[in-house]
Write a protein that binds this ligand. Structure first.
Ligand code: UDX
Length: 428
């Protein structure tokens, strides 16, 4: 267990901040979280999450009831005698794709006046390489340290990722300071990588960009499999069993999305441009991802006789992946919009995206409702509940027989048994 309990402030209670605050409190630290958005704080205070994240609400309620987590009503209150200040505010993409540091610098500027001597500002948000220096300059305090501790939390499995990380990365000019940040994770057994700030910041971009390249490659192989009559599932198993490649993160899909991959690849590309380094692999991953989304639309159209206009399409899944309510940069949403643009009549069902916003298409309350009279059923997110769909009932209710599963979540045998013309990625 922990040897020392530290006083931690978490600034920003978005996805990363909420998880960091709750899980640091779970590790035994005394945490105060603050956000400018009073509504978010109120929601958290009432024991509810402003985001959907499996397992996290239980830890929130535990830490609220034992007092290890406090939602501070002012910035000053959150920073009172804080030893470590985690910056978890957003770093959106600027027009040119570079990461915008404005919110981080604003937070640091405001915090500067309230910080205790010896405090450590820790950036958790994904910040551009070189940010630590800018933060130190903004702080203008020689008695306060700066460290970078990038997060590698996946939406939908953030609790698991926090408690069982592949590695903990901390970068700081002063390695002793970096080690004190790593020590906050005391009871978690993980490899710790202590490095300089720029390397820590780059590790985050390199990880996400490499994973994006990996997925773009898989999706290209899937297209090739369809063309030459091979099966991506077998090809994937065959080459993934080479331990240098690995079997994780190799599922083909309708393209990668979410709040990190598109933003981080764009930011890395922009960093390359700023430094006159030609990052061709990143460009290729981005354009290949666009081709994947286009390919889904084209394959659907081809299987519907070359025309989408006036055709009713049922879409299953709108979020960028399962176990999240996040629609940011969701390939499913982009594909749905493109189908509408091409004249298709789209009805979508998503377990987590119910009437949250105005879509340009119909939203159904169930799989059955969505598929009524549809000419095709298009699965775009790998929600496990889609497996519960009754193929016999759905095929009967549809006005066609095409089932296009871009996530390989349905049982091909079951669906073809009831008359579906079943199509999946990476198979002819
Ligand atoms: C990612 C990183 O994994 C995480 O370490 C980082 O901190 C934040 O960004 P997240 O955005 O939650 O996490 O999603 P992730 O599970 O990595 O998936 C990203 C995209 O890749 C999704 O669109 C997903 O559907 C797609 N994907 C993932 C596939 O298409 N196939 C796979 O095998 C895995």
């Amino acid at each position: 267990m922990l040897t020392t309990m530290s006083k931690i402030a978490v600034l920003g209670t978005g996805y990363v901040g909420t998880t960091t605050a709750i899980m640091m409190a779970h590790l035994g630290h005394s945490v105060r979280a603050y956000d400018k958005d009073a509504k978010k704080l109120k929601t958290l205070m009432s024991g509810q999450l402003p985001i959907y994240e499996p397992g996290l609400e239980g830890y929130l309620n535990q830490s609220l009831s034992n007092g290890s987590l406090v939602l501070a009503d002012t910035l000053a209150h959150s920073l009172e005698s804080a030893e470590f200040i985690f910056i978890c505010v957003p770093t959106p993409s600027a027009e040119d794709g570079s990461a915008d540091l404005r919110f981080v610098l604003d937070a640091v500027g405001e915090a500067s006046l309230h910080l205790s001597k010896g405090a450590v500002i820790v950036t958790k948000s994904t910040v551009p390489v070189g940010s630590s220096e800018k933060i130190a300059a903004k702080l203008a305090r020689t008695d306060v340290h700066v460290a970078s501790n990038p997060e590698f939390l996946r939406e939908g499995s953030a609790v698991e990722d926090f408690l069982n990380p592949d590695r903990i990365v901390v970068g700081a000019e002063n390695r002793n300071v970096a080690q004190t940040v790593a020590d906050l994770y005391g009871s978690i057994s993980s490899r710790v990588i202590v490095t300089d700030p720029n390397s820590a910041e780059l590790i985050k971009y390199a990880s996400n960009s490499f994973l994006a390249i990996k997925l773009s490659f898989i999706n290209e192989m899937a297209r090739l499999c369809e063309a030459v009559g091979a099966d991506i599932n077998d090809v994937m198993t065959g080459f993934g069993t080479d331990s240098r490649i690995g079997q994780k993160f190799t599922s083909p899909g309708p393209g990668w999305g979410g709040s990190c991959f598109p933003k981080d690849t764009a930011a890395l590309r922009s960093l390359g441009e700023e430094n006159s380094v030609d990052l061709q692999m990143i460009d290729a991953a981005l354009s290949s991802n666009l081709s994947t989304k286009k390919h889904v639309v084209a394959r659907l159209r081809k299987n519907l006789g070359g025309e989408l206009s006036g055709k009713k399409i049922a879409i299953l899944g709108l979020t960028f992946k399962a176990f999240t309510d996040d629609l940011r940069e969701s390939p499913a949403l982009e594909i749905a919009k493109e189908l509408v643009h091409l004249g298709a009549l789209v009805t979508a069902f998503d377990p987590q995206s119910k009437k949250q916003q105005d879509f340009e298409f119909e939203l159904a309350d169930s799989i059955d409702d969505a598929s009524l009279n549809a000419e095709a059923l298009l699965v775009l997110t790998e929600w496990p509940e889609f497996r519960e769909a009754n193929p016999e009932q759905i095929i009967r209710a549809m006005n066609g027989d095409l089932v296009f599963d871009t996530r390989d979540i349905l049982s091909e045998n079951d669906w073809t048994h009831y008359g579906a013309r079943f199509v999946r990625m990476g198979k002819k």
